[in-house]
Design a protein around this ligand. Structure first.
Ligand code: GLY
Length: 352
């Protein structure tokens, strides 16, 4: 939808084919814009892309809010990364050290400083750090806003599925931005990675008593808490190499236990939703951005895995530039879909 909006702004005639825009991974995403806290070992190039896209978020959010009239729930208090036990803190520190080595902004805090920032954190929390540049947005509002802005810019939304590329590929350049369904449409190796998450709500509908996104290491398990001004708190998420969308008792139990260990007051909140979605993952967990091998008129923007929301502005800009000029931006070089090419890729057949 973001690509569609940007292309329409450049004067292109754009049709989006999607039976239910935003009903896939975007509808269950937590909306963390986290180039620092999600900078993992061995993903240096992906981290560079996250940082570049996060830098576009302030301008993108302002422009989209003005174009749509929708409040995106964009918040910039930053993220606290915390460890519950000594072991948890040691694990978190290893990653901070790597993130600092990359020059990313993450500042260790003494326990007193941590509690000054978030007094509701449990006394057991041993320590943490602050990532001031890791912000958040409400993905459901984002999709609503993009839809309004896209339609206002002239995009036509046709609520029908695309079952194969030949349904659309005679009508001009095609962008495949179909999440996990990209595998079936293109043959590229995009696999589903299941995530389960919960939505809690304050009992009185007021804003939660904490303002930062909190990412916790809790007895060896990772959890994140995303507070929204409207009283919602997202608690996520599992990472499972599975393709179903069932919510399991075990996941709900683990997520709630970890959340309440970090912020005990959450036990009083209403549990309003338990959901599961499928992240589109590639073999290197980085997106596929650019022409489909052997089909230059088909451009892929998929496989964003854990990072679809933070990568929205940059993906939209780079893909729109590619379509308008035919020249790929150098930032796309490491993310070309043909890095997965083997003779096993056949349109319409899943990777095996
Ligand atoms: N980026 C958060 C998640 O994928 O759960």
């Amino acid at each position: 939808m973001a690509v569609a909006w940007r292309c329409a702004q450049r004067g292109m005639r754009v049709v989006v084919r999607d039976p239910a825009p935003g009903s896939g991974a975007s509808g269950v995403a937590a909306g963390m814009l986290a180039p620092v806290a999600e900078a993992y070992f061995g993903e240096r190039e992906l981290t560079g892309l996250l940082v570049a896209s996060a830098a576009r978020w302030p301008g993108f959010a302002a422009e989209l809010t003005a174009a749509s009239g929708v409040d995106l729930g964009y918040r910039t208090e930053g993220t606290l990364v915390v460890g519950l036990t000594g072991d948890d803190l040691a694990e978190a520190r290893r990653l901070w050290a790597y993130q600092q080595e990359l020059g990313l902004a993450i500042t260790p805090l003494r326990p007193g400083q941590l509690r000054d920032r978030e007094p509701l954190l449990a006394p057991r929390v041993r320590g943490g750090a602050w990532a001031p540049g890791d912000h958040q947005v409400d993905p459901r509002r984002l999709v609503d806003a993009l839809r309004v802005a896209a339609e206002r810019a002239g995009v036509t939304i046709v609520p029908e599925p695309v079952r194969q590329l030949s349904d659309v590929d005679r009508q001009g350049p095609v962008v495949v931005a179909a999440g996990c369904a990209t595998a079936g449409l293109t043959g590229l190796p995009v696999r589903p990675v299941k995530g389960q998450l919960l939505r809690l709500r304050t009992p009185d509908g007021a804003a939660p008593g904490f303002r930062h996104v909190i990412r916790g290491y809790v007895d060896g398990q990772q959890v994140y808490l995303v507070p929204r001004a409207d009283g919602e708190v997202v608690v996520g998420a599992t990472v499972e190499e599975r393709a179903d969308r069932q919510v399991t008792a075990d996941a709900v139990l683990r997520l709630l236990r970890a959340a309440v260990e970090l912020v005990p007051g959450l036990a009083e909140y209403e549990l309003v939703e338990a959901a599961a979605g499928l992240r589109p993952g590639t073999p290197d967990n980085a997106p596929a951005l650019g022409p489909l091998p052997g089909r230059p008129e088909v451009v892929v923007a998929a496989g964003h895995h854990r990072h679809g929301i933070v990568l929205t502005p940059l993906t939209a800009d780079l893909i729109t530039d590619l379509i308008s000029t035919g020249v790929p931006d150098p930032q796309l070089a490491a993310f070309r879909p043909d890095r997965f090419t083997t003779d096993r890729i056949v349109e319409g057949q899943p990777w095996s």
